[in-house]
Design a protein around this ligand. Structure first.
Ligand code: PEP
Length: 255
C-alpha cells in the first residue's frame, strides 16, 4: 500500500493506575516533555474517575483525553457503567474498546466490542479497537484468521465514513505487560494484514487512511523500530505510559 505514512497516534493506557489527585502533576510533567512536538497526536486513556481531573489538566495542551471503556446503551439501568455521551460531556475524545484485559476478565466478546465501537462512533468519539491473538493461537499458526475475524466482527455495520473515527490497535496478548515485544517484523506483518482486511471491506482509500497502532510492551527503547514500519501508525502503550519521560521518548520516536 502507499508508502506515505499517516499521522501517528501515541496513546497511553494507564489501566487501573493513578489516583485523581496524582494526575495534575503527572500531566504537567508529561506536557513539559512533549510540548511543541507536533508530529503525532498524543492521548492518555485514563481510569473513568480520573477523567475530570485529567481533562482539566489537559485544557489548552496538546494532550487529548481518552477513556478505557464505554457502555453501548445511551442510558438506563446499567449500574456501574458509563455511556458514550457521558464521556463526551466530560471532555473525552478517544475510547479504548475491546482491550484484551476486558475480553479476558470482564466477558467482553466480539459482539460487545462491535456494539461499544458503534456507540462510541455515534457519540462522536474515536474508538481505539483492540485486537490480537493469544500465545496458543500464535503457536498454532492461526494469528491471521484470529485477527482478521476480530477486525471484521468489531467493524460489523461500521460504514466507510465512520472509519475516520476508528483506530485499530494490534495488541498480541502475549506481549501485553509481559516485557515480550513482538519483533518489528511480526508486528508489521499483522498490521499489514489488518490493513488488507480493511481494504477488502472498505476499499483502498479507507485502508490507506486508517490508523493502525501496535501495542504490547512498547517502550522507550523499542518504539523507534516499531514505529518505523510502514503499516504501524502509532502505539497503544501501557506500562511505559505511566512514566512521563519514557512516554515522551515514544512521542519523540513518532515525530
Ligand atoms: C496495553 O495495556 O494496551 C499495553 C500494550 O500494555 P503494555 O504496554 O504494558 O504491554
Amino acid at each position: 500500500m502507499s508508502s506515505r505514512k499517516r499521522r501517528p497516534v501515541i496513546a497511553g493506557n494507564w489501566k487501573m493506575n493513578m489516583t485523581p489527585s496524582a494526575t495534575k502533576e503527572f500531566i504537567a510533567q508529561l506536557y513539559e516533555n512533549v510540548k511543541g512536538k507536533r508530529g503525532c497526536d498524543i492521548v492518555v486513556c485514563v481510569p473513568a474517575i480520573d477523567i475530570p481531573a485529567v481533562a482539566k489538566a489537559c485544557q489548552g495542551k496538546s494532550i487529548k483525553v481518552g477513556a478505557q471503556n464505554v457502555h453501548f446503551e445511551k442510558s438506563g439501568a446499567f449500574t456501574g457503567e458509563i455511556s458514550a455521551d457521558m464521556l463526551v460531556d466530560a471532555g473525552v475524545k478517544y475510547v479504548v474498546v475491546g482491550h484484551s484485559e476486558r475480553r479476558q476478565y470482564f466477558g467482553e466478546t466480539d459482539e460487545t466490542v462491535n456494539k461499544r465501537t458503534r456507540a462510541a462512533i455515534a457519540a462522536g468519539l474515536t474508538a481505539i479497537v483492540c485486537v490480537g491473538e493469544v500465545l496458543a493461537e500464535r503457536e498454532a499458526d492461526i494469528t491471521e484468521e484470529v485477527v482478521s475475524r476480530q477486525v471484521k466482527l468489531a467493524l460489523a455495520d461500521v460504514t466507510a465514513e465512520e472509519m475516520k473515527q476508528v483506530i485499530i490497535a494490534y495488541e498480541p496478548v502475549w506481549a501485553i505487560g509481559t516485557g515480550k515485544t513482538a519483533t518489528a517484523e511480526q508486528a508489521e506483518e499483522v498490521c499489514a494484514l489488518i490493513r488488507g482486511v480493511i481494504a477488502k471491506k472498505y476499499g483502498k482509500q479507507v485502508a490507506r487512511e486508517v490508523i493502525i497502532q501496535y501495542g504490547g510492551s512498547m517502550n522507550a527503547k523499542n518504539a523507534a523500530e516499531l514505529l518505523a514500519m510502514e503499516n504501524i501508525d502509532g502505539g497503544l502503550i501501557g506500562g511505559a505510559s505511566l512514566k512521563a519521560v519514557d512516554f515522551s521518548v515514544i512521542v519523540d520516536a513518532a515525530q
